[in-house]
Design a binder for this molecule. Structure first.
Ligand SMILES: Cc1cc2nc3c(=O)[nH]c(=O)nc-3n(C[C@H](O)[C@H](O)[C@H](O)COP(=O)(O)OP(=O)(O)OC[C@H]3O[C@@H](n4cnc5c(N)ncnc54)[C@H](O)[C@@H]3O)c2cc1C
Length: 467
């Protein structure tokens, strides 16, 4: 019989962001515990958010895209099992089987507590020719260090590349290809670039900038086949609207939770994302009571999405890190509740700074949430300054309660921090009226007397009053 203060044996499965933060925080709080970390790669903590910048030549040293290492975690006291593939987990029986990928040896490990940080896998739909293309290397993925190296060494040196998926990852990659003189085609089934991240007043401006930089936009069309060239020098991407002959294609069509190990053992969303309670504790299959011995964090599990108040699947490093810290805080006993997320994000494309937090109008419609949107365009600072430039600001709000549910910004000046301000407003359940009246500074170097965040909120209030 163990007590709460008895040292525990913990198994952390997967070690990129969630696994690294969970392992180091658990060991810092409980230096006498035994923490086994299993990772199938030979590296950990790789910042894949830097891949596009790296392949485009904007990273000083790619080795600095890792913020931890097996040696650093070993020094903290972890039992590191790098290049170990966890083959099966018996959640109820508290044991797992892992294969050492260097020796082929399989071993069983027992644990008191399990931390699921297995993350996500790129979406690879059953499109004819995709498996062969991935095998051949003419079609690539963009998720980890090895993918980044392949893109930099091959696609970046090619004449032409097609990127499938016009979300953040695809959008950033085609920007870098076009800047490097590689002919780039961006393909997506939706009819706007960044359609899941921004609404039309912003995506129209992004698409215009892509056109200026020679990026071919192949939107509103689904990929139906990948056909490798007979000469082995390229791939034809066949879509519902045309064919694109390129040297390489890159799949950037989103991510799914990598949770096959736990199928039938833990409660999940239909897409496989592990459900947790507010203390990051998972639910054994069929149970409505969370287990204090099974915790999950990061891309393998759900997030509490504050704009809707529901559990959702939004894989972001920001969520992974914060959830992993909560795993460590709550692994002995429930101490600290998860605050949820607004999925705040930002991206730089050419000279455009784009940032968003919470729901877009399109995101609201997809989730069947009734919202209204207000858009303004105004110079970010007074025109008596030697330079200024317009910012497009869209606020999404609830017409019944007036609650702020989201906002998006685009400007040639860096306005990305505005999304963080909106994130706090959504978290604090601000109404548009409160956002219109909250104290925001004025100083001509930075903004107008009425800051564009307050200005879009005032416009929303005016529109509401006019209804
Ligand atoms: C190109 C790109 C750009 C991105 N940009 C941003 C950004 O700008 N901002 C942001 O917030 N997020 C960004 N993200 C998302 C972010 O990288 C992920 O949300 C984050 O990596 C999730 O971390 P994680 O530890 O939960 O999962 P993962 O990163 O998926 O790591 C899971 C780990 O588990 C290991 N694993 C899985 N199964 C097993 C097993 N059975 N045995 C052993 N090991 C296993 C895997 O090898 C992997 O190392 C980006 C992602 C990509 C791909």
């Amino acid at each position: 019989m163990t007590t709460a203060s008895t040292p525990k044996t913990v198994a952390v499965v997967g070690c990129t962001h969630a696994g690294t933060f969970a392992a180091q925080s658990i060991l810092t709080a409980h230096p006498d515990w035994t923490v086994h970390v299993f990772e199938r790669n030979d590296t950990l903590s790789f910042l894949s958010c830097g891949i596009a910048l790296w392949v485009g030549g904007h990273v000083s040293d790619p080795n600095r895209m890792f913020y931890s290492s097996p040696a650093a975690l070993t020094e903290l006291g972890a039992q590191m099992h790098m290049q170990h593939d966890v083959l099966s987990v018996d959640v109820a029986g508290k044991s797992l089987v892992a294969r050492d990928l260097t020796s082929g040896e399989e071993s069983t490990y027992v644990f008191d507590k399990l931390v699921v940080t297995t993350g996500s896998k790129p979406v690879t739909p059953p499109i004819p020719g995709l498996a062969e293309g991935l095998e051949d290397g003419r079609v690539m993925l963009c998720k980890n260090w090895d993918h980044g190296k392949a893109i930099k060494e091959n696609a970046m040196q090619a004449d032409s590349v097609a990127v499938i998926g016009a979300g953040y990852i695809g959008a950033e990659l085609v920007e870098q290809f076009s800047e490097a003189g590689v002919r780039a085609t961006l393909i997506d089934g939706l009819d706007r670039a960044l359609a899941k991240n921004f609404d039309a007043p912003i995506t129209e401006q992004v698409e215009a900038v892509y056109a200026e930089h020679g990026v071919e936009l192949a939107l509103g069309q689904m990929v139906t086949e990948f056909r490798l060239n007979e000469s082995g020098t390229g791939v034809t991407v066949v879509t519902t609207a045309g064919e694109y002959d390129v040297d390489y294609a890159i799949m950037g069509a989103g991510f799914l939770p990598r949770t096959d190990l736990f199928e039938g053992q833990l409660e999940t969303l239909p897409n496989g994302a592990i459900k947790t309670d507010e203390y990051m504790r998972a639910f054994p299959a069929g149970s409505t009571e969370a287990s204090s011995d099974i915790l999950a964090a990061g891309d393998s599990c759900t997030v509490l999405y504050n704009p809707t108040g529901t559990y959702d699947y939004i894989p972001l490093a920001t969520n992974a890190v914060r959830q992993a810290l909560l795993v460590a805080a709550n692994i002995e006993e429930p101490m600290q509740k998860y605050m949820g997320t607004q999925a705040t994000s930002a991206v730089q494309l050419y000279d455009l700074s784009l940032a968003a937090s919470g729901l877009t109008q399109a995101g609201a419609e997809a989730r069947d949430v009734n919202t209204r949107s207000t858009t303004i365009v105004q110079d970010y600072r007074p025109d008596f300054m030697l330079t200024t430039t317009p910012v497009t600001a869209t606020l999404t709000w609830d017409p019944e309660t007036h609650r702020v549910l989201g906002a998006q910004f685009l400007c040639r000046h860096d306005v990305a921090e505005a999304a963080n301000a909106i994130s706090i407003a959504i978290q604090a359940r601000f109404t548009i009226d409160q956002l219109a009246n909250v104290d925001l500074f004025f100083q001509p170097n930075f903004c107008q007397p009425v800051n564009f965040i307050g200005a879009v909120a005032m416009q929303a209030v005016a529109e509401q009053d006019a209804c």
